[in-house]
Design a protein around this ligand. Structure first.
Ligand code: AMO
Length: 430
């Protein structure tokens, strides 16, 4: 296997190796040229003393344009002043593909660029180690999510993203043309993951895209996001909240264990949150917001300004529980002794909502009643409702926005930083 720059250590000193990468910088000192080769894992200094290397090669290296793709073969030498403490004196310096000039975006970050310019030229932006690190960490997060649920006996599933009905009851749907009919891009795997409880799967995990036609342009909303969804039979909201808090802690632990160098590139520190997370009731949350001057009535959703007030008193991750039944989707189970309140929760990080979930209604007739009460037509939920008639176990679940989790864990200023090619109201390309 080929070596990355990060694979090279003292054992390689004096040996000949081959590196592939991009020309990050060329420093021409006349009789001496330094080419800084960058690959996925870091940098290597290629040193070409005019007198010691082939003349043709010296000329080629000195003239090579930044961001060209190169292959270098040479002997590794200890050099304290070079990145990682080594340099390479090349015997071969091959330009595999010369880059055009000028560059649409600086990879060296000597010139700061606006987020929009960066996203327009995302392939260049992603070459920056600091930016690439986000996606290396996101990869480890996904890996640890799968690990965690595999250990707990979950089955990973894939449900359709082209659907015929709204899931969450809202209007934020993207319609598409499906042959002669209208269809939609799915907002959530909600109806399918619940249907799989009727199918006897008991514990399912899905990692997939969700599509929301949100009009607003904020630092936390995307029109295509990735959702981590679980559904579990024979448990309640508390049961799935404990999966959620243990998962969040596990992810933070694994990122710390496996991503040391990427965290360094970003200059981020990931603190492992203590579990269990604080449970703040919706009532208490409203009280805090009111006390701080927010105009809010019981039953209202918590606005961003209310959440910012609440976050002043709540550190890191915490749950807001027991939401008004009316403020949550039709499938949320009301408390038996107080049906105005539901067995629901949101996982928060500061003012940012990371996940939401509930114990679900598993009783067919109550579900039909709640669908109607929310102004929806039970007839459009045919396949879903059928599953509740012939042996649906009690169950609960949640959905967590992966992009939001990455944003929170790494303290990123905008959700778009956590996504390779974000989709928002303005952006459909690249
Ligand atoms: P909800 O609508 O709260 O719940 O979505 C769950 C989580 O998905 C993320 N999310 C988003 N992230 C970025 N941009 C968006 N536009 C966006 N919309 C949602 C958030 C949010 O907390 N079916 C329920 C979940 C369940 O009960 O199992 C649902 O979809 O992090």
């Amino acid at each position: 296997m080929r070596k990355f720059t990060s694979d090279i250590d003292e054992k390689d000193f004096g040996k000949e190796i081959v590196l592939y990468g991009w020309v990050h910088e060329v420093r021409d000192l006349g009789g001496l040229v330094f080419v800084i080769l960058r690959d996925r894992e870091g940098f290597a200094q290629i040193t070409l003393p005019k007198k010691a290397v082939d003349r043709e090669m010296f000329r080629r290296a000195r003239k090579v344009r930044r961001e060209s793709v190169i292959r270098v073969k040479g002997v590794v030498k200890a050099e304290e002043k070079a990145p990682n403490g080594f340099e390479i004196i090349p015997s071969e310096f091959e330009i595999l593909n010369e880059a055009d000039a000028p560059l649409p975006l600086e990879v060296t970050e000597k010139v700061p660029a606006e987020l929009d310019t960066r996203l327009d030229n995302r392939f260049m932006d992603l070459r920056k180690p600091r930016i690439q690190a986000i996606f290396r960490i996101r990869h480890v997060m996904l890996q640890s999510i799968r690990e965690f649920f595999d250990r707990h006996g979950f089955i990973e599933v894939n449900t359709p993203k082209i659907v015929s009905t709204a899931t969450e009851g809202g209007t934020e749907l993207f319609p598409i043309t499906y042959f002669e009919r209208e269809a939609f891009l799915n907002q959530s795997p909600q109806l399918y993951k619940q249907t799989l409880m009727a199918a006897g799967f008991e514990r399912v995990l899905e990692i997939g895209p969700i599509f929301r036609a949100e009009e607003h342009n904020t630092i936390r909303h995307l029109n295509e996001a990735v959702s981590i969804d679980i559904e579990v039979s024979f448990t309640d909201h508390e049961g799935v909240m404990s999966y959620l808090e243990e998962l969040v802690r596990y992810i933070h632990e694994k990122v710390n264990e496996r991503c040391g160098r990427y965290l360094e590139w970003i200059g981020a520190k990931v603190e492992i949150p203590d579990t269990p997370f604080t449970r703040l009731s919706y009532d208490e949350a409203v009280e805090i917001a009111k006390r701080k001057g927010e105009e809010i009535n019981w039953g209202d959703d918590l606005s961003t300004s209310a959440l910012k007030f609440i976050a002043e008193e709540m550190d890191g991750y915490y749950f807001i529980v027991d939401w008004p039944t009316e403020s949550k989707p039709f499938y949320a189970m009301p408390h038996e002794n107080d049906p105005e309140i539901s067995k629901t929760f949101d996982l928060m990080n500061g003012w940012l909502e990371i996940a939401s979930g509930a114990q679900r209604i598993h009783i067919h007739d109550l579900l039909v009643k709640r669908i109607s009460e929310q102004g929806l037509n039970p007839d459009s939920f045919g396949f879903y409702l059928e599953a509740f008639r012939y042996g649906m176990p009690p169950h609960a679940g949640w959905g967590m926005g992966l992009d939001r989790l990455v944003m929170a864990a790494l303290n990123l200023p905008n959700i778009r930083e956590a996504v390779l090619f974000p989709r928002d109201r303005q952006r459909l390309v690249p």
